[in-house]
Design a protein around this ligand. Structure first.
Ligand code: SAH
Ligand code: SF4
Ligand code: F3S
Length: 455
């Protein structure tokens, strides 16, 4: 009888990548098939994130939900993977006796054996950290078929010590994938149909420093960009300290490197940046933005921001607002500071009151929205090359479907199409007809070769 697994993924794209490799292993090594229906699953894996309290809370709520299904299917094997087990694995096993295994991020390549042990009624705890240099990157299944856009982790872990952050604890020290392995995987993904690739790492631009070979991130970008058939290349996330001028100028040199840079600033006050141990001042950051924008003004700049870090005064926060006003980010992901275990800042009093954190977050988001809508307004009537990623959720209306895709600068565009299925995976020229709050609407003006023009 066929058996099924179901994976629920939270957190960053590295977790998404790991979930795909977990799926590969279960399919090809244990012959279990993926299902989108939780109630049909024999194995359920929750791939978790502990970067802030809120995503971690989701794990516990999800476990309670999964338990309902387990009551109906008592043989169901339930596992918790990802970052949360690194610091709470044992506690999860104690508190939720129906959980069969917990595994940390360094054990993804062993998932098939962990799951088969759990299916044989063993409760498995695999939360240790790989020794320096000993992490095994999980492999792709030979028959893995990416969509038009694919992710590829090229460096795991983080060697920075940002004082608020749990990631160095959960993901361990940095380890770069060998350039040969990266290139083999890139070629395989492109041969299997990917036309856009996003290289991943918590701190992707520190790639290579731990390798014997003389290769850095920019060398690797150039090599990957030159792979035949790869139309678009992206990468996340970059740490400002490791984003050197050569990288910032790469956007003007590498034609298929898409004009989008995620370069988290976190705060606008030097005092707070120092307390966060970010390793740069606002001026250092502004200089990088200048280098970037004078070489390639078209690059969209994205940031992450934290409000209410311990000791952040109203004056510090004003500096964040004025930095944002000055830089004008295209995209921002902003968060209330949340104390995390195994982070240095957790030892300081979390002294910005919840109401004040909420007020600062709202003020920051309102300012950003205003800037973003002004920047997005300039896209009205522009012509954009859009890589169509899939069908919009809206479905067909009056016989017309809708597809969505992204512009080079990473804006989401929805486009009406009579032949939506045929467009997926194609790059089409689109005229922007409407600028929405966080996305665009457009009309196809030019189709790829071999497809009929719209009538
Ligand atoms: N490696 C990336 C981001 C990692 S986590 C970088 O260095 O920028 C993603 C974002 O979560 C961070 O950029 C930060 O803005 C936010 N974050 C991390 N820890 C946090 C905490 N304890 N409280 C609130 N936000 C946090
Ligand atoms: Fe966390 Fe800083 Fe590393 Fe990013 S660079 S993962 S914020 S410690
Ligand atoms: Fe979350 Fe772990 Fe990624 S804590 S952000 S899933 S590295």
């Amino acid at each position: 009888m066929a058996r099924y697994f179901h994976i629920i993924t939270y957190g960053c794209q590295m977790n998404v990548f790991d979930s795909l490799r977990i799926a590969d292993a279960l399919r090809t090594r244990l012959n279990i098939q993926e299902t989108t229906e939780l109630e049909q699953a024999d194995v359920v894996i929750i791939n978790t994130c502990s970067v802030r309290e809120k995503p971690e809370e989701k794990v516990y709520a999800t476990l309670t939900r999964v338990l309902k299904y387990k009551r109906r299917r008592p043989h169901m094997v339930i596992g918790v993977a990802g970052c949360v087990p690194r610091h709470a694995g044992r506690a999860i096993m104690d508190r939720f006796d129906f959980v069969d295994f917990v595994m940390g991020p360094d054990h993804v390549s062993e998932v098939a054996s962990i799951v088969s042990r759990a299916m044989n009624h063993e409760r498995v705890i695999a939360t240790s950290q790989a020794r320096r240099g000993q992490y095994v990157f999980p492999a792709f299944a030979r028959d893995f078929r990416p969509g038009p856009t694919a992710f590829l982790t090229i460096i795991k872990g983080c060697n920075k010590t940002c004082s608020y952050c749990i990631v160095p604890f959960t993901r361990g020290p940095e380890q770069s994938k060998s350039p040969r392995m990266v290139m083999d995987e890139v070629k395989a993904l492109v041969n299997a149909g990917a036309i856009e690739l996003t290289l991943l790492g918590q701190n992707v631009n520190s790639y290579g420093h731990d390798l014997d070979e003389d290769v850095d991130f920019v060398n690797l970008l150039e090599a990957v960009a030159s792979v035949k058939g790869l139309k678009r290349l992206r990468f996340v996330t970059s740490h400002p300290v490791d984003a050197n001028d050569e990288l910032l100028r790469a956007f003007s040199r590498i034609p298929n490197l898409m004009p989008y840079l995620h370069l988290p600033l976190q705060a606008g006050s030097d005092r707070v940046l120092r307390a966060m141990k970010r390793g740069y001042t606002l001026d250092d950051y502004l200089r990088k933005v200048d280098v970037l924008r004078s070489a390639s003004p078209q690059v969209a700049l994205a940031t992450d921001m934290i409000v209410g870090f311990p000791g952040e005064t109203a004056e510090d926060f004003d500096k964040t607002l004025s930095a944002v006003r000055r830089i004008e980010f295209d995209q921002m992901f902003s968060f209330k500071y949340s104390p995390r275990p195994h982070s240095a800042a957790a030892r300081k009093p979390d002294d910005v009151k919840p109401g004040e954190k909420a007020r600062r977050l709202q003020a920051l988001q309102e300012l950003h929205e205003e800037i973003q809508s002004r920047r997005m307004a300039s896209l009205q009537d522009s012509v954009q090359e859009v890589l169509v990623e899939g069908l919009s959720r809206r479905g067909r209306q009056n016989g017309v479907g809708q597809v969505f895709g992204r512009t080079p600068a990473n804006w989401v565009v929805n486009v009406d199409a009579e032949d939506p299925d045929d467009l997926v995976g194609k790059i089409v020229r689109v005229k922007v007809t409407q600028v929405m709050r966080h996305s665009l609407k457009g009309r196809i003006i030019d189709r790829p070769e071999g497809m009929q023009a719209a009538t």
